[in-house]
Design a binder for this molecule. Structure first.
Ligand code: GUN
Ligand code: FE
Length: 430
């Protein structure tokens, strides 16, 4: 691959509050890694070929830290339900279809193409309870070039009889999945108990043992609704709250990432656990408005030092594009501020950070356009009108609010130019 030099308007987060902008800047990429970023190209590169993207933006690719791969099939459907009705009426019956590998293969190939189209290259994905379909998704992800964590979903109670596992079967399948994939690099296994209400204490204990044995992380849903949080407490009277279940049963013992979706009604216990275990609270703005009807106390969690990232939560969320979730995060934070006195809204640059650089510990060397980071990046075009001169940051804001995949002119993973349709053809043929 050797060396490439790209010129364009560079936007990348330095921190939650700081967006670094270099107008007409240069990125030098060597073997997929950014070797330097310049405002002015040093003379040593004078005779090198430069790919000039003109007034287009170059930004880091997005991370989607909470998404249900099988629910891609049902996105935008059943959106008039709330959580438990949505699960029972739409989601469980649909996810049950993934016992059919031909169905799974079609949906998963399309999903991967869509991630590539929208520039979400670092992922944490739920699957279903079906070993073969989970294994298939894992292999497709590896072939696609995406970076991901994914796990077989555990549920052994409070689930319909057509979509539930015996406790030991669930644990055996999970261990088999881990053993099969434990040495993979780009795609990694992660424990995936659906949420406390569908997981027995015996199952949680078994998963805790696997966390220790294979040094794994965990992803789940945490205090996502008042009803769910209350139900979890009722089912686990030995635990002070939802979060403590994962701690007490040993699921936080591994060194892998601890990823908690929603965290809408955190008690001091959830906050302690998130901090103590360097966990991630994943804000999913669309899902929050569609099936959950509560908004994460984002600014408060951030002020308390908790890592916050963004997830599409498709199919609870209806649209896969993370740039739209960035806009939605800013939008709904204003509503929360309006209705709740002690809450302050966030800005677009805060949400952009959460969707990019905030997950760099989970996906090392990604999320920023800085020396030593992988060139996992997007080139964005046509977001400003020539007649109406605006600062570069406005082009990013407009992309998040009204852009779509047609405005993504080029996509890079590891410095390699990606064609979503070609990747789709490749994984379909395998
Ligand atoms: N809680 C349990 N299962 C689910 C799910 O599939 N989606 C969401 N958003 N919440 C859940
Ligand atoms: Fe979810």
């Amino acid at each position: 691959m050797a060396q490439q030099i790209y010129k364009g308007n560079l936007l990348s987060s330095l921190s939650y509050d700081e967006l670094k902008i270099i107008e007409n800047g240069y990125i030098v990429v060597k073997d997929g890694i950014i070797s330097d970023v310049y405002e002015k190209l040093p003379a040593e590169y004078n005779n090198e070929k430069i790919t000039d993207y003109g007034d287009r933006l170059i930004i880091p690719a997005f991370s989607d830290l909470h998404m249900h791969a099988p629910q891609f099939a049902q996105r935008g459907i059943g959106m008039d339900r709330l959580l438990m009705d949505w699960l029972n009426d739409y989601t469980f019956p649909q996810e049950a279809n993934f016992k059919d590998l031909a169905y799974a293969s079609k949906i998963y190939a399309r999903l991967i193409r869509e991630f590539l189209r929208h520039g979400s290259f670092h992922l944490s994905l739920f699957t279903t309870i079906h070993y073969e379909a989970c294994d298939l998704l894992f292999k497709m992800l590896e072939d696609s070039g995406l970076y991901a964590y994914t796990g077989l979903v555990n549920m052994d109670m409070n689930s319909p009889d057509y979509y539930v596992d015996d406790t030991n079967v669930s644990l055996e399948k999970t261990e088999r999945f881990i053993v099969e994939h434990q040495y993979s690099q780009r795609v990694r296994p992660i424990l995936t108990p659906r949420f406390a209400p569908t997981c027995s204490a015996k199952l949680m204990k078994g998963l805790g043992e696997l966390a220790l044995k294979y040094d794994l992380g965990v992803q789940t849903h945490l205090v996502e609704s008042k009803a769910e949080a209350a139900w979890a407490k009722e089912l686990y009277p030995d635990c002070a709250s939802d979060g403590e279940i994962y701690e007490k049963y040993g699921l936080l013992q591994g060194s892998g990432p601890k990823i908690f979706a929603h965290v809408i009604f955190p008690t001091p216990t959830e906050e302690r656990i998130l901090k103590q275990y360097d966990g991630y609270a994943v804000h999913c703005p669309d899902a929050t408005s569609n099936i959950i009807a509560g908004i994460m106390p984002l600014s408060k969690l951030h002020d308390n030092g908790i890592n916050i990232t963004i997830g599409s939560d498709v199919g609870g969320g209806h649209f896969l594009a993370i740039y739209r979730q960035i806009a939605r995060a800013a939008q709904i934070s204003k509503m929360k501020e309006f209705y709740e006195e002690d809450y302050s809204k966030i800005e677009l640059k805060n949400a952009f950070y959460m969707a990019t650089a905030a997950s760099e510990k989970i996906f090392p060397h990604s999320g920023k356009l800085e020396k030593g980071y992988r060139f996992d990046a997007l080139v964005i075009e046509n977001m400003l009108d020539k007649e109406y001169e605006r600062p570069i940051a406005d082009a990013l804001e407009r992309f998040c609010y009204i852009g779509d995949d047609r405005n993504i002119f080029a996509r890079f993973i590891d410095g390699r130019l990606i064609d979503p349709d070609a990747v789709y053809e490749m994984i379909c043929k395998k």
